[in-house]
Design a protein around this ligand. Sequence first.
Ligand code: NAP
Length: 241
Amino acid sequence: MARVALVTGGSRGIGAAISKKLQSEGYSVAATYAGNDEAAAKFTEETGIKTYKWDVGSYDDSAAGIAQVEADLGNIDTVVANAGITWDGFFHKMTPEQWNKVIATNLTGVFNTVRPVWPGMRERKFGRVVVISSVNGQKGQAGQVNYAATKAGDIGIVRSLAQEGARAGITANAVCPGYIGTEMVRSIDEDVLNKHIIPQIPAGRLGEPEEIARCVAFLASEDAGFINGSTISANGAQFFS
Ligand SMILES: NC(=O)c1ccc[n+]([C@@H]2O[C@H](COP(=O)([O-])OP(=O)(O)OC[C@H]3O[C@@H](n4cnc5c(N)ncnc54)[C@H](OP(=O)(O)O)[C@@H]3O)[C@@H](O)[C@H]2O)c1
């Protein structure tokens, strides 16, 4: 029977590349999104991958959505917590709303996504959890105290889950992308991108979403069973940790 993968934020950007890669490897894939119905409908039309809409910031909506995915596709054995947002600003100007929204989506969203599938993985003695963190969670970034906190938190989550899940055949790992050419990054002012960001990347270019998707597919594979609590950095040599 095909393995079943849930990819949050799987309809656009890095998540879309992950959904497609896992589909190409034979998984039944469910891709979630927050509100961009048009992009999700186009994605489903192009790929045949079913999309589901819920806010990862809500536990109840996540649990209900995950129950629906399992009713449609079967037990989820692979979960990719990818949905994330930025709401940047220097700390002296950052509002509680900016802080809370990013924490709710990027950090609590990981809890809300993994917690409902965890008991089933434990019972079936197999599971793969991959969380999409960021280079900015590893090194910090001015203007991103909220975002960097969530992405550093992802690393704490997978290291802890790895210790809890190892005996039950579950692995939990993080991928830390550098700057990848998705809408999230393309929305940065072009001048800032060309003068300040790309020059920091020894590879001299943005990464491609498919380069992250290949890391995820490896971590999700049966071959990666002894890799647990790790982070894979894919950042064009921008930062080493
Ligand atoms: N791009 C980069 O350079 C980069 C670098 C390091 C890490 N990352 C991380 O990689 C992940 C994907 O980034 P991306 O650049 O591919 O982003 P993106 O192109 O902006 O796509 C974000 C996806 O997440 C969904 N999403 C956002 N908020 C959500 C919520 N509250 N509930 C459910 N889904 C939600 C979006 O749904 P809608 O389509 O409905 O909006 C969309 O499918 C994020 O966690 C990001 O932090 C990205």
